[in-house]
Design a protein around this ligand. Sequence first.
Ligand code: NAG
Ligand code: NAG
Ligand code: NAG
Ligand code: NAG
Length: 481
Amino acid sequence: MGNPRNPRIPFVNLLAILQFSLVSTLAAARFAPPDNHLIACGSPSAAALDDRRVFLPDSSSALLRSPHPRISVSAAPNPSPFPSPLSRTARIFTRPSSYVFPIKNKGTHLLRLHFYPFPTPDFNLSSAHFHVSAAGFVLLTNFTAPAPSLKEYLVRADAGKLVVTFVPACPSTFAFINAIEVISAPDDLVADVARLVSPDHVENFNGLSKQAMETLYRINVGGPKVTPFNDTLWRTWTPDTGFFESSTASATVSFSGRIMYRKYGASREVAPNSVYSTARVIKGADGLMSDSNITWVFPVSSGYRYLVRMHFCDIASLALNELYFNVYINGYAAYEDLDLSDAAGQLLASPYYVDFVVDASSSGLLNVSVGPSKLSDPLKISGLLNGLEIMKINNTMGSLDGEFSVISILESPRRKTFGAFVRSLLCGFAFMSLSAIVFMLVMRLRTESRNHVAWSPLPMDASEGKLATGNSMLPSKLVYF
Ligand SMILES: *[C@@H]1O[C@H](CO)[C@@H](O)[C@H](O)[C@H]1NC(C)=O
Ligand SMILES: *[C@@H]1O[C@H](CO)[C@@H](O)[C@H](O)[C@H]1NC(C)=O
Ligand SMILES: *[C@@H]1O[C@H](CO)[C@@H](O)[C@H](O)[C@H]1NC(C)=O
Ligand SMILES: *[C@@H]1O[C@H](CO)[C@@H](O)[C@H](O)[C@H]1NC(C)=O
């Protein structure tokens, strides 16, 4: 063969190879969660999803703490109403029961609960009524699932384990669950500080990462549905249809170039390419600046605070520093003159997100708007939004579903047992306090006695036993204390 080595080509090749491998490693570097519990409840075998994840059966696992006999049910094989392999089996609880997940990495975890009701001869799953708690927070009270439902929560697990508890709402009913996911959230998924939006000002909201949250809406603005298969954290993003208030001033845009993720910027785990590469923009007609907002409206329950995470990525401007806009939440100014080029490190197509915390208005609706700012250029777009997430934050009772604390929920189906537990706790506490008082008195009297120059033991009653013998200085009535 004798292929003479060309001195120039190898170097160029090397660079190309290096570049290619760098790009492909970056593209392939999927987030690997330290904790990743995927459980198919009541299933005799593992269930493989089309997003390439495998859910393990809970029957053999040590995770389940449930009174025996354990009940599992399967759907009738013929007309499978739901496509997911997780929808064919369920675990039933007629008494309070828990899953205890060991946690390797402290911090925020994603918790997903899958409910696929199906009828069986003994249990009609859609008639179950039950409570669910996790990590000391109430997630669901008197919950019933007439239709398939996937609930997603963000909870902090600090104690080396995460306990998820199911409690039938009354003794005659039962609880069920088809599948559970407990996944470590990436460190950068929930920051601790957000912008708290009030009617007349914006201040810092601290301690966001310590709240429990429920995902209510996760929207790919101006784009298609994104499934767990294509999301970095196995999330689902839905189109904004049904939430976007139609406006003549808006247009959707999509981008086929590369999204410029930056270190310390929004990462792929915060939102994937497919969310940042589509958007809705405010566009004036024929060089006239549009003078209207674009708005999304979401039904929410009042009495809670909400985290509104807005995802931005300037995929529409042709040059830097051409896009300025305002953000309004519930009609309040939340962010004025947002300059995306500046916020995203002087790059176009670079993702950026802002977390706002807002109280629900009494209307039961949460409004999010983007509108032109006084700095907007009449010839350019004057607003944009790529993605939107709305999370409910736990109330002061530590609940995401009503004014019940975890204690009251655990108590409801077996008041007596729980009362007895509380009594024994109180008795234990009283005993320990008394012992501590006695001990302190003894020590004090001993110290005093050592400081005495002359002392004489008091006569002791033999019936006072051991305690008296070592502490002969004690007045006899204290021994009975
Ligand atoms: C749960 O809700 C049902 C109606 O959906 C109601 O009949 C029942 O009383 C409720 N139970 C509790 C314990 O609140
Ligand atoms: C994943 O995304 C690709 C490219 O956007 C798309 O063609 C494919 O249908 C998606 N797959 C699923 C399962 O959503
Ligand atoms: C956008 O909405 C805000 C809040 O409702 C309002 O103050 C502002 O005037 C609106 N902007 C335009 C251009 O309509
Ligand atoms: C959520 O629960 C935590 C712990 O119980 C509490 O410290 C926090 O204040 C609650 N959040 C709100 C918004 O009430």
